[in-house]
Design a protein around this ligand. Structure first.
Ligand code: COA
Length: 256
């Protein structure tokens, strides 16, 4: 378990906390592995009834580590990133997120797999996959249009337009907005409320809301996105976008 993901179980609540502030909680390969391992294990652990994913009050996560994207390709279905995506989509127990500050890329797309999302009033959501020469992941190409409506989804996914907490609340991604210093505490309070309820009823209710056809669609869409993503990641546009970020310059997509 990497120290960049803090892992804590108390009163039936598993808390997973991004802890890589010097890189704005960007998610490196070992962090995906730690998150996937924790969720896979929690699924069968009677001591865990609810899971919370949280960050710092200044930043949730800057998304995938861009240096990792340049150096390691996702590596197919068994890569830690794909394992994490499968784990959040298949997690049977309630999953809560507390989001403050930037939530970039997978920092936003993972929220579509959570049951409750609480946001600090400084939360800034973005899915800049196209700006990085990539395409959506985490079945966001399915779930974002479904929740936001197609045209709002197109602004978020084609233009990569960021949106703030109030917009996320209005469009249904967020349950409640609070001051950043209160966000993780609110998620913990709600998690403890859920942990006190009968687990089999929670699991059955979540399964009835999210299972069946939707679960099959999500799995199929993740696989389809993964194929496109794997082709785009090594291509020149993505190389240019990520190198430009590292070199702190604007990417030049002329001819790409
Ligand atoms: N991968 C790797 N390093 C990252 C990173 C990422 N996704 N996001 C931030 N960092 C690094 C920066 O390179 C910087 O490193 P440095 O101190 O060596 O210069 C450090 O973290 C601090 O980031 P900085 O950009 O200076 O912070 P900020 O507060 O000005 O902006 C963000 C925060 C999240 C808005 C901005 O860092 C950002 O846009 N990051 C990239 C997001 C992204 O495209 N993610 C991939 C999505 S698929």
């Amino acid at each position: 378990m990497t120290e960049q993901i803090l892992h804590h179980v108390e009163e039936g609540v598993l808390s997973l906390t991004f802890n890589r502030l010097e890189r704005k909680n960007a998610i490196a390969v070992a962090m995906y592995a730690a998150l996937a391992d924790a969720l896979e294990q929690a699924g069968g652990d009677p001591a865990v009834r609810v899971a919370v994913i949280q960050g710092h009050e200044t930043v949730f996560t800057a998304g995938n580590d861009l240096a990792d994207f340049l150096n390691h390709r996702p590596g197919g279905e068994e890569s830690p990133a794909f394992r994490f995506l499968r784990a959040i989509a298949a997690f049977e127990k309630p999953l809560i997120a507390a989001v403050c500050g930037p939530a970039v890329g997978i920092g936003t797309t993972l929220l579509f797999h959570c049951d409750l999302v609480y946001a600090g009033d400084n939360a800034a959501f973005s899915m800049p996959f196209v700006n990085l020469g990539l395409c959506p992941e985490a079945a966001s190409s399915l779930l974002v249009p479904r929740m936001f409506g197609y045209h709002r989804a197109a602004e978020a996914l084609l233009l990569g337009e960021p949106f703030r907490a109030e917009t996320a609340l209005e469009w249904g991604l967020v349950n409640r907005i609070v001051p950043p210093a209160e966000c993780n505490a609110l998620a913990q309070t709600q998690a403890r409320r859920l942990a006190a309820k009968p687990l089999a009823s929670l699991i059955a209710t979540k399964q009835l809301m999210k299972g069946g056809t939707q679960a099959d669609e999500v799995r199929a869409r993740m696989a389809a996105e993964g194929e496109q993503f794997a082709q785009l990641l090594p291509a020149p546009a993505a190389r240019e976008a990520m190198t430009a970020f590292m070199e702190k310059r604007t990417p030049d997509f002329k001819g790409l």
